[in-house]
Design a protein around this ligand. Structure first.
Ligand code: SF4
Length: 322
């Protein structure tokens, strides 16, 4: 069952140099309970896509077109008061920095109570019980006692667990995770990844896992969306994309994974650098960095769908051209 349907989403930022097209015609679906990885370099539009779904775009940014439907209900253009009802209850977000969620001057218990009260009034005892249940679920030891602690009394990893607990409080259908483990130690990252995956599976919660790190995304998601210069350029099941990428950019990302490093040799890197969104080449945005570029690449390729895969390239790898 389709939970989220995004169609031709366009989020632009007004700047002195003109409109910056951070998200430029993005379309995808998320099924109930599905974990989808949204991967791309910094500036590819992946985080802006996540914020746009939640209606968290402030001026000079604006959603200028497209549709975001949650269980058939259109979210684009919804008044703020109604969007607040969706946030936290049906869709919640976990940020890279837990301080984006946590208020330093309130106890964890008070913050969890406020998050619950925003959507449903119940007794204080019931809210406390729910807070303890969710904190235990994310691996906070001695949860009942820790409700009275402030955020600074937790380690970085534990603070992120608390932020995840707050995101889970109202049992949302979808959690958008924006680089939630990037700032943590590698061992804590791995733990949280494994636990989030198990949580999503057990609770039937869908997740969009946003990251620049293909290895991280691939370890948690079952389907990949690869973004480049504000557009989706490849989509497919994680295993299929990793085994046989169709877009040269995705192939470059995979080749540059540390797991593919040859001892004694430098890591393979995609040539060139992320393009400025103000200065994209005509046609395919990846053209200046693409070793497969040909004359026809000066025309913008469409995202071509074939069974459960999609690719935006005139001359895709491992298959026929467009
Ligand atoms: Fe490379 Fe051309 Fe494909 Fe773009 S359309 S990725 S330039 S081969």
């Amino acid at each position: 069952m389709t939970l989220l349907q995004v169609r031709d989403l366009q989020t632009h930022f007004a700047t002195r140099s003109g409109a910056l097209k951070a998200v430029d015609g993005v379309s995808f679906d998320i099924a109930a309970g599905e974990i989808v990885g949204l991967v791309g370099e910094s500036g590819s539009g992946k985080s802006v896509t996540g914020f746009s779904i939640l209606g968290l775009i402030d001026p000079p940014g604006r959603i200028i077109g497209g549709s975001v439907k949650l269980e058939g209900r259109e979210l684009v253009g919804l008044p703020n008061a109604e969007l607040r009802g969706v946030r936290g209850r049906q869709i919640s977000m976990v940020f890279q920095d837990p301080s984006a969620t946590l208020n330093p001057v309130l106890t964890i218990g008070r913050q969890m109570q406020l998050a619950l009260e925003a959507h449903e009034k119940t007794s204080e005892a019931a809210m406390r019980a729910r807070a303890v249940e969710v904190l235990e679920r994310v691996g906070i030891p001695d949860a009942a006692r820790r409700l009275d602690a402030h955020p600074h009394q937790f380690s970085g990893g534990m603070r992120q667990r608390v932020a995840i607990a707050i995101a889970l409080l109202n049992s949302p259908a979808l959690i958008i995770c924006d680089e939630p483990t990037t700032a943590l130690d590698v061992s804590i990252q791995a733990q949280i990844l494994t636990e989030m995956k198990a949580l999503a599976r057990d609770l039937g919660t869908a997740m969009i896992w946003i990251s620049h790190d293909l290895a991280t995304v691939s370890s948690v998601a079952s389907r990949l969306l690869v973004m480049y210069a504000g557009r989706i350029i490849e989509e497919g099941p994680v295993r299929d994309v990793l085994r046989a990428p169709r877009h040269p950019y995705t192939a470059g990302l995979i080749a540059s994974l540390p797991a593919h490093a040859v001892p004694g040799r430098d890591l393979v890197q995609i040539p060139g650098s992320t393009p400025s969104l103000f200065d994209l080449p005509p046609g395919c945005a990846f053209q200046p960095r693409c070793t497969y570029a040909q004359a026809g690449c000066g025309v913008m390729p469409n995202l071509l769908r074939e069974e459960n895969r999609a690719v935006r390239c005139h001359f895709p790898l491992n298959g026929s051209g467009s």
